[in-house]
Design a protein. Structure first.
Length: 141
């Protein structure tokens, strides 16, 4: 009787394991993400420089995911650099780390607007806009 009971228990256990297994593995490689910056000044004067400290905030982590960005200056004029190299507009730049710093120098008196597009290796895009108002006051005019 013990042998029969252990045989039934063994059969039930094997059945439970077989039913629990699935051919559909749930492996995620592509996760959503967002982009953040540390607080920035509201305005810039001609010649002023500001550090744009970016962070990519991942919803999940897959080690093979890579990120890149491009930007377009839709208003104003300025120079964007990374490690002392000028970054050309509308050309994707690889991002080596989830946290990185770009340097922006204002070269005009008008409002500045930088439109960034971030893209991961799976084609997910995030748009991010930075605006600076003119640093001119009524006394400057």
């Amino acid at each position: 009787m013990k042998r029969f009971a252990s045989y039934i228990l063994y059969t039930l256990l094997l059945s439970a394991i077989a039913c629990a297994c699935s051919d559909n593995l749930d492996i995620h490689q592509s996760y959503g993400y967002s982009v953040e910056t540390l607080p920035l000044p509201k305005s810039l004067k001609n010649g002023e420089t500001v550090a744009l400290e970016f962070s990519i905030v991942r919803e999940g982590y897959y080690s093979e995911t890579s990120y890149k960005f491009r930007y377009f200056q839709s208003e104003g004029a300025g120079i964007l650099t990374y490690k002392a190299k000028v970054i050309p507009m509308n050309r994707f730049q690889d991002i080596a780390s989830d946290d990185f710093v770009l340097i922006y120098q204002c070269v005009g008196e008008e409002q500045q607007q930088l439109d960034f597009v971030f893209e991961d290796s799976f084609g997910r895009r995030v748009e991010y806009t930075i605006e600076f108002s003119s640093g001119r006051t009524k006394e400057d005019e």
